[in-house]
Design a protein around this ligand. Structure first.
Ligand code: ASP
Length: 434
């Protein structure tokens, strides 16, 4: 980021104790306090919801402008060939780590066997039958191309927006090299426009983060008030198995890959604390994007022309936490209905959970819907009145708690992949890694 003149010294303000203290410490305190207050007051604390919603709205507000601005600038400063290489590398990274993630989820499920002791037979009318069909491969590819750019932006459809913004950026880079002065000057102006827009967005994100401790407190208090006791109680083993899987994936896979690539894992995790916590409390990879981008730019030293593309893509298709959750839950449901998954079924889960996690939107609760697809693939469709529906409804009851951890993993995966690809393309400022 460019140097800015420090503002003129101002008088000591009444809120200095708030604004002058360490932001991450404040956010962490908000988190702990929220959990404690939520557990103490239970449902009675739900009036705090609007304070949490405000935080999520502020973040969501900034998502589209920040994606477009950074991506146009990024694509305009990189050659199409390099962009292609970055694209292939990051997609491979996202796919492979997701496959590992399901494996870890299944492993954790097989070790802890959540669902033991439950004996569901048919239960009536637990959930409506929500069967999901995955869109065909051809449709998925066609959907990358927006029919209407403004419509895609308005609907928050990240992939078609990425597609258009890259084309636009590449267009600018061609015009910037034009021999015709008029065209070149015009391209410079529009480049600077997007560059400045990106900077303004980061400034706004910084402001929004000042509200984060309050938003975090409210969001966590409401979730813990609603589901905390249950997640620790009867569903404790599912929660434990999922969270252990999340932690192992972060430490072993991400930490391991960073270390193998001679990057300090300690510095990485310190740098991405803010996006990790934001993902945890907002339960939305999409909503966390502005914070992830800020961390990539300012702390990790990933160049804009890499992260502007890899982070929004990751927030849309890379969901390792969701994949772990699907592995654990498939095992849970199998055991709960008295039909533990066979090896062949578990192999099927690996394949479908990777596909399902790609298809999962980066919004709260999306992974639970995609779990239906995974269950379908192993012959356990969720239909009203069935035992599967009863078991599914049970985990749905604590989805917010499971979603917090999985979203945190999802976002950490996007940042790890972006860092590693940037390093391999010499687009990482390693000097600041100490
Ligand atoms: N909430 C997750 C995310 O935004 C998706 C999911 O529900 O698994 O990354």
């Amino acid at each position: 980021m460019s140097e800015q003149k420090p503002p003129a010294p101002r008088k000591k303000g009444k809120m200095d104790w708030y604004f002058k203290s360490n932001l991450l410490v404040r956010i962490f305190l908000g988190l702990i306090l929220g959990a404690v207050i939520g557990l103490i007051f239970g449902d009675a604390i739900s009036w705090l919801q609007p304070f949490g919603d405000l935080f999520i709205r502020l973040l969501t507000m900034i998502v589209m402008p920040i994606i477009i601005a950074t991506l146009v600038v990024g694509a305009a400063s990189i050659s199409p060939a390099t962009l292609g290489k970055v694209g292939i590398k990051i997609v491979l990274f996202y796919l492979l780590t997701s496959a590992f993630a399901v494996f870890i989820g299944l492993l954790s499920g097989n070790i802890f066997r959540p669902g033991r002791g439950l004996d569901f037979q048919a239960a009536e009318g637990i959930t409506d039958s929500i069967t999901r069909e995955a869109p065909s491969f051809v449709d998925t590819l066609l959907n990358l191309v927006p029919r209407n750019v403004v419509g895609a932006v308005a609907d928050g459809n990240v992939l078609p927006v990425i597609f258009f913004a890259i084309l636009f950026g590449i267009g600018i880079s061609y015009l910037k090299a034009s021999k015709e002065k008029r065209v070149k000057d015009a391209a410079d102006v529009i480049f600077k426009f997007f560059d400045a827009t990106a900077e303004v967005m980061y400034l706004i994100v910084g402001g929004i983060m000042q509200y984060a401790p309050i938003g975090v407190f409210a969001l966590i208090a409401v979730v813990f008030g609603d589901q905390g006791a249950e997640a620790a109680g009867p569903l404790g083993v599912v929660t434990f198995a999922a969270y252990l899987g999340y932690i192992v994936h972060i430490v072993v896979i991400y930490g391991g890959l960073l270390t193998l690539n001679k990057l300090k894992a300690g510095y990485f995790f310190k740098s991405v604390r803010a996006p990790m916590v934001t993902a945890f409390v907002t339960r939305s990879s999409g909503g966390t994007l502005p914070i992830s981008m800020k961390a990539a730019e300012e702390n990790l030293g990933v160049h804009k022309n890499v992260y502007s593309f890899t982070l929004p893509l990751g927030a849309t298709i890379n969901m390792d936490g969701t994949a772990i959750y699907q592995g654990v839950c498939a095992i849970f449901i199998g055991i709960a209905i008295g039909a533990p998954l066979t090896i062949v079924q578990q192999l099927t889960v690996i394949l479908t959970a990777v596909l399902a996690s790609i298809g999962t939107a980066g919004v709260p609760g999306a992974g639970a819907i995609m779990l239906l697809m995974v269950l379908n693939s192993v012959g356990m469709p969720v239909e009203p009145g069935t035992a599967v529906a009863a078991a599914y409804a049970m985990i749905l009851g604590i989805d917010a708690i499971l979603d917090m951890g999985r979203t945190c993993v999802n976002v950490t995966g996007d940042l790890t992949g972006s860092t590693l690809v940037a390093k391999s393309e010499k687009e990482l400022d390693t000097a600041r890694w100490g």
